[in-house]
Design a protein around this ligand. Structure first.
Ligand code: CAA
Length: 283
């Protein structure tokens, strides 16, 4: 199964990274979002990323232009009719995702694979909203997508082997390392990462150490490239909270209870880098 044309749905930071990586690997990308303004901002940000690579001598002007020419904003989702694969990267809201998958199921030809970049919602439940659960799969990219080499490939209960193999191979062709994971809350990445971030928030909440001290301990003591609170700001505090809630709900285990301070920041609109303030302030 050759996957050459991909629709990416969602023009947030994950959708933007996925569009960039797919176009850089020679794929034609139809990029859809309900907001044309977000799509325009996304294209501008990809252009800037590629320009930085040109300045560093890692990309030629011609290659940059070719990559950009393969990214086609698609304000109308019905253009999904012409693709081989759709990768959904919208907000982590089950009702929105199932509504989108139902819509795509009605638009796309029967052979089209529907992938979700969800970071923790059940693939099996998203798949059940369609008439093609064997062709629905999780394709969980890491942030920042152009830099991080991992993709978690999550099998829903009904995902077919043919679809799994096609997505595994595509991930390698995108220059990433795919890892097979079963469909349980948080998969592997967030089941391990988010409790660490949540615990870091608890250490600040309980006055054990300052934000800076917690991050310094983890960077210098554990050789993490970023401290957990700095990383939480990069991921988005709303996303971190939503994943903790999914783990808490999914396992019914109090060890996954979200820290009240995380909840408070999200309620205040301190969402991390994207809102200009989280545990740190961004200009
Ligand atoms: N987008 C694109 N490229 C970026 C980037 C971004 N946002 N940030 C950095 N880069 C690139 C730089 O351009 C640079 O590229 P070159 O090597 O080609 O020059 C390279 O990454 C290294 O960048 P820097 O030297 O500026 O900075 P760094 O060495 O500190 O690395 C980092 C930055 C890669 C983000 C590093 O700090 C890191 O690995 N942090 C941890 C990230 C992480 O854990 N991500 C997973 C989050 S969890 C998740 O995504 C799952 C989920 O569901 C929540």
């Amino acid at each position: 199964m050759s996957i050459q044309t991909i629709m990416v749905v969602g023009a947030g930071q994950m959708g933007s990274g996925i569009a960039q990586v797919a176009a850089s690997a020679g794929r034609t990308v139809l990029w859809h979002d309900l907001s044309t303004q977000l799509l325009d901002t996304g294209v501008t940000s990809i252009r800037q990323q590629l320009e930085r690579r040109v300045i560093k001598g890692k990309l030629t002007e011609v290659e940059k232009a070719e990559i950009l020419s393969r990214i086609l904003p698609a304000p109308v989702i019905d253009e999904a009719v012409q693709v081989d694969l759709v990768i959904e990267a919208i907000s982590e809201n089950m009702a929105w995702k199932t509504a989108l998958f139902q819509k795509l199921d009605g638009i796309c030809a029967p052979h089209v694979i529907l992938a979700t970049n969800t970071s923790s919602l059940p693939i099996t439940e998203i798949a059940a909203a369609t008439t093609r659960p064997s062709q629905v799969i999780g394709m969980h990219f890491m942030n920042p997508v152009p830099v991080m080499p991992l993709i978690e490939i999550i099998r829903g209960l009904e995902t077919s082997q043919v679809v799994f193999d096609a997505i595994f191979q595509l991930s390698q062709e995108l220059g990433k390392t795919p890892v097979e994971v079963q469909d349980f809350p948080g998969f592997v990445s967030n089941r391990i990462l988010m409790p660490m971030i949540n615990e870091a928030v608890f250490t600040v909440y309980e006055g054990v150490a300052t934000v800076d001290a917690v991050d310094t301990v983890m960077k210098l003591g554990m050789n993490h490239p970023m401290g957990p609170l700095e990383l939480a700001d990069l991921i988005g505090l709303d996303t971190c909270l939503s994943i903790m809630e999914i783990l808490h709900e999914g396992f019914k285990d109090s060890k996954y209870r979200p820290c009240p301070l995380l909840r408070k920041y999200v309620k205040a609109g301190r969402l991390g880098r994207k809102s200009g303030q989280g545990f740190y302030t961004y200009s």
